[in-house]
Design a protein around this ligand. Structure first.
Ligand code: CP
Ligand code: NVA
Length: 307
């Protein structure tokens, strides 16, 4: 049995296999073929933070695979009132076939997984958002831009950045990260990513100048400056991230026809301009839709690992 907590536990081959599984299911869906690969299975979904895409994609995906998804908000279950994570894990995993969790501290999901009898999927923690990266890479493949990719990530050194680092490190592409001073990525995660990068040949570099990062990039990406749980810091962050908005002037420095990705939700006028959102809307919303297809691939793949 495997859990899906971060990309660091997966080989390049496994990541590509999950994405291929998702692409095949997506093609089948377009052809009107529904294979009930998770018939009679239940996915428990614990949400300690808000969500639009993650909730809808897992719930719709599970239904399309013949299973059922349960939305468990921490406002409603005892976890939110202090029932220990280990007890919650034992109970939920004795009734569900898979569990997806969106939470704050990454250690919570690790503790849950350690006490779970069924596969646990990370639907976002403060440190990582690996299911988003499955969708992002699937989108890169579909748009034919995965080969020789030079990805520039502009913004906060957060869960999305850490996940991009792991994806680049595992698959072996170039990733340049530009953050304002004081908003750099986690040093331990960087160290781990650099170790994997040595094996794969990935080039991962850090800087504080967004223009330097974007120069000649084939893909530019960003994320909100204020992640969930950081709302109190918003005012300060808006000041500190001055000059980090991805706008037309910045995109001009990237390669001609460079793509722009955003995990969404996007805050126009902050990390990205309205104009960039509009001119790249096709790929951005393909990326959002691919959450559904990539995660169906993931759930089917995880189910097969149980033997
Ligand atoms: N990108 C993403 O995870 O979106 P939600 O927060 O809406 O789930
Ligand atoms: N970094 C963002 C990602 C949202 C999908 C957050 O954690 O809020």
């Amino acid at each position: 049995m495997r859990h899906f907590l971060t990309l660091k536990d997966f080989t390049k081959e496994e990541i590509l296999e999950i994405i291929d599984t998702g692409l095949e299911i997506k093609k089948n869906l377009r052809d009107g073929i529904y294979k009930k690969e998770l018939e009679m299975q239940t996915l428990g979904m614990i949400f300690e933070k808000s969500s639009t895409r993650t909730r809808v994609s897992f719930e719709a995906g599970m239904f399309q695979l013949g299973g059922h998804a349960l939305f468990l908000s921490n406002r409603d279950i005892h976890l939110g009132r202090g029932e220990p994570v280990q007890d919650t894990a034992r109970v939920i995993s004795s009734m569900c076939d898979m569990v997806m969790i969106r939470t704050f501290e990454h250690s919570m999901i690790e503790e849950f997984a350690a006490n779970s009898k069924v596969p646990v999927i990370n639907g976002l923690t403060d440190s990582f958002h690996p299911v988003q990266l499955l969708a992002d890479y699937m989108t890169m493949v579909e748009h034919g831009v995965e080969k020789d990719a030079v990805v520039a990530y502009i913004g906060d050194g957060n869960n999305m950045t850490h996940s991009w680092m792991m994806l680049a490190a595992k698959l072996g592409f170039e990733l340049r990260i530009a953050t304002p001073k004081g908003y750099e990525v986690d040093a331990t995660i960087l160290e781990e990513a650099l170790l994997f990068a040595k094996e794969s040949g990935a080039k991962i570099s850090m800087m504080n100048d967004p223009k330097e990062a974007v120069h000649g990039a084939t893909i530019v990406t960003t994320d909100t400056w204020t992640s969930m749980g950081q709302e109190d810091e918003k005012e300060q962050r808006v000041k500190d991230f001055k000059g980090f908005m991805v706008d037309s002037l910045m995109m001009c420095l990237a390669q001609k026809n460079a793509k722009f990705l955003h995990c969404l939700p996007a805050y126009r006028g902050y990390e990205v301009s309205e104009e960039i959102m509009d001119s790249h809307s096709k790929i951005i919303f393909d990326e959002a839709e691919n959450r559904l297809h990539a995660q169906k691939g993931l759930m089917v793949w995880l189910n097969k690992q149980r033997g």
